[in-house]
Design a binder for this molecule. Structure first.
Ligand code: DC
Length: 234
């Protein structure tokens, strides 16, 4: 199906863990008939594969080679996005506690980042994508027509992640809040493409708002931008 407006744009949604990026991005993509790309899932799939191979984030050469040859694909599924690593559906395993705790260390590696960014740019070439991550507006798609920096208080973010872990979370809410704060720090302080608000990104705080309310606001902005570009091109 086509977008409600024939001129398609790219939408970048960045922000810290648990801000609601993936839920909001999925809703926005659904409303506009765009493709949703969860770039965190790509770093998670790589981390899972590296851990399974017995690698740590200090094995930079071997992790880089793994990233460069790993086939990662994202396909729409009945419950959101399905994630495949070398053809295997890894969707349920990439959200585990062990992946949560390791992913930001693997995501610091330069060749891992350049491989993921190259894959992500290819996915966005045809326009009409909503891509969420940490460096999309600043680094992967600096020309995205609409950039959002989505955030929420660290408590709200921890509560959201806690509910994702199901009946036996294996961690307390307080521990999760500390883990999230630690992950934010690593993501913000890394040398390559750190988590940073692009100067032209719109700041949106999702605390106390539903994902639907936030998504609706972004959809309206997206439609307005697409209309303006269409009018200018005529
Ligand atoms: O969005 P998420 O929590 O699934 O992301 C998992 C990790 O991947 C996060 O700690 C940082 C990293 N990441 C990144 O460095 N760059 C991206 N574009 C997306 C995620």
């Amino acid at each position: 199906m086509n977008s409600p407006i024939s001129r398609r744009i790219n939408i970048a949604i960045d922000g810290p863990a648990g801000a609601g990026k993936s839920t909001v991005a999925r809703l926005v993509a659904g409303a506009l008939h765009y493709i949703y790309i969860d770039t965190g899932a790509m770093y998670r799939a790589l981390t899972l594969r590296a851990l399974e191979a017995g690698l740590t984030a200090d094995d930079i050469e071997r992790v880089s080679l793994l990233a460069e040859r790993l086939d990662i694909s994202l396909l729409p599924g009945p419950e959101g996005q399905r994630v495949f690593a070398d053809g295997e559906d890894v969707g349920s395993r990439i959200r585990s506690l062990v992946v949560n705790r390791n992913v930001s260390h693997f995501a610091k590696i330069e060749r891992v980042r350049s491989r993921m960014a190259a894959l992500q740019r290819t996915m966005a070439q045809q326009k009409g994508v909503v891509m969420d991550g940490r460096d999309i507006g600043t680094h992967v798609l600096p020309d995205a027509e609409l950039k959002i920096f989505l955030t929420a208080s660290s408590r709200v973010r921890a509560e959201r992640r806690y509910s994702e872990l199901g009946e036996n979370p294996g961690v307390t809410l307080e521990q999760l809040e500390r883990d999230i704060a630690q992950r934010d720090r690593i993501d913000q302080e890394r040398e390559i493409a750190p988590l940073l608000r692009a100067s032209d990104a719109r700041l949106v705080d999702s605390s106390g708002r539903t994902a639907e309310q936030v998504a609706d606001e972004i959809v309206q902005w997206g439609l307005a931008i697409a209309r303006t570009i269409l009018a200018e091109e005529k």
